[in-house]
Ligand binder design. Structure first.
Ligand code: FES
Ligand code: FES
Length: 156
């Protein structure tokens, strides 16, 4: 059945079963491959996207559940001031190792700073706890989120 889907400010009509995971639609039909498949079971966060600004695990989100929600993926993040601040902090702090988890990490971080512009380390650890990094970049992710937060506040 055709589902209407808004991704990164573009509208798509996707002819898939209603229970098709949003992740597959984003990657295989829309063709945006920055969002990654990790576990397929809401356990790792690699597939994190925003729906109306809120972080969701796209691997367990049926495409029909998105409705009129606006989906944002990693490909769109750098076109926002928040995304640019995060991208700069990620680069300055050399966060990335293999990179596989990082689009999900950045989307989760952006969702955090949207609702909590100046999080504590504990806030960051809690918000990011569902995003797994096999390379163990957690410390640098926490630092980069703090750097981006201060930059957004004008203090860096
Ligand atoms: S692939 Fe979705 S949470 Fe792991
Ligand atoms: S950077 Fe390799 S899994 Fe996170």
């Amino acid at each position: 059945m055709a589902n209407q889907l808004a991704v990164n400010d573009h509208n798509y009509s996707v002819d898939v079963d209603d229970d098709t995971p949003l992740l597959w639609v984003i990657r295989d039909i829309v063709g945006l491959t920055g969002t990654k498949f990790g576990c397929g079971a809401a356990q790792c966060g690699a597939c994190t996207v925003h729906i109306d600004g809120v972080a969701h695990r796209s691997c367990v989100t049926p495409v029909s559940a998105v409705g009129d929600g606006k989906v944002t993926t990693i490909e769109h993040l750098a076109s926002t001031p928040l995304g640019q601040a995060l991208q700069k902090a990620w680069l300055d702090e050399e966060v990335v190792q293999c990179g596989y988890c990082q689009s999900g990490q950045l989307m989760q971080a952006a969702a955090l700073l949207t609702v909590q512009p100046a999080p504590s380390d504990a806030d960051i650890d809690q918000a990011m706890s569902g995003n797994i990094c096999r390379c163990g970049t957690y410390g640098r992710i926490r630092t980069a989120i703090n750097v981006a937060s201060r930059a957004r506040a004008g203090g860096a």
